[in-house]
Design a protein around this ligand. Structure first.
Ligand code: CA
Length: 231
């Protein structure tokens, strides 16, 4: 046998041991160096400590689910390509997988050959493009650097303030409910008072509106909030 090309470093996060054994064995023969984590917390730790070329991530995992793991990596600025294994075959699942920052997904049960082809495509393509900046009027948000500007003025936001504003700025001019903002900005398991969002909206108004004489962050009674482009 000739010398192998450099192995593709892959992290497999999946709690079904039979599946991880079969996949890790098969992929090793295809030139992948596979690390395996059997729960979400171990997966997050490995993904944070090591540099991988690609991550295969199951959605249903003990201790931390795949969506939360993916979102945590992206929030930390880790853009390793992620292929998510969704349990159900449904539009909701794939939309959610892609919305939390996965690059691709496969519904279980999947074909090994298809998985291999998708993995090779992801590795070829490399890391995800960083999320692009969002502009609403002269308000500009840069999710990769958690930066915010109004015109030429930099505005310092806390990560939570940024997350709330980002949730609004992704859908400018539309009403976004407190629940939706909660789901985006807080832990997936957060079940506290949705009125916490009001606290952050007030803080945001003091930072992005008041100093500039604007009222871009509008309360829509009983429905939520809307971010408008102001002149
Ligand atoms: Ca699972």
């Amino acid at each position: 046998m000739g010398a192998r090309l450099l192995a593709v470093r892959m992290l497999l996060v999946e709690d079904e041991r039979r599946l991880t054994d079969v996949l890790a064995g098969g992929l090793a023969g295809e030139g992948f160096a596979v690390d395996v984590a059997h729960d979400g917390r171990d997966g997050l730790w490995l993904a944070t400590e090591n540099a991988y070329d690609v991550i295969v991530l199951d959605v249903m995992l003990p201790r931390l689910n795949g969506y939360a793991l993916c979102a945590a990596l992206r929030a930390a600025g880790n853009w390793t390509p992620i292929l998510m294994l969704t349990a159900k075959d449904g539009v909701h699942d794939e939309a959610e997988a892609l919305d939390t920052g996965a690059d691709d997904y496969l519904s279980k049960p999947f074909s090994y050959v298809v998985l291999l082809a998708r993995l090779r495509a992801l590795v070829r393509r490399g890391g995800t493009a960083r999320p692009v900046s969002i502009t609403v009027g002269d308000l500009c948000l840069d999710p990769a650097g958690l930066r915010c500007r109004r015109g030429d003025v930099d505005i310092a936001l806390t990560p939570k303030e940024f997350a709330v504003l980002h949730g609004l700025a992704r859908r400018p001019g539309e009403v976004v409910s407190k629940r939706e903002l909660l789901a985006q900005a807080w832990d997936f398991a957060y079940d506290g008072d949705p009125n916490i969002v009001e606290v952050y909206v007030s803080a945001l108004r003091r930072k992005i509106d008041a100093p500039f004489g604007r009222t871009s962050l509008v309360t829509v009674r009983g429905a939520g909030y809307r971010l408008e482009a102001t002149p």
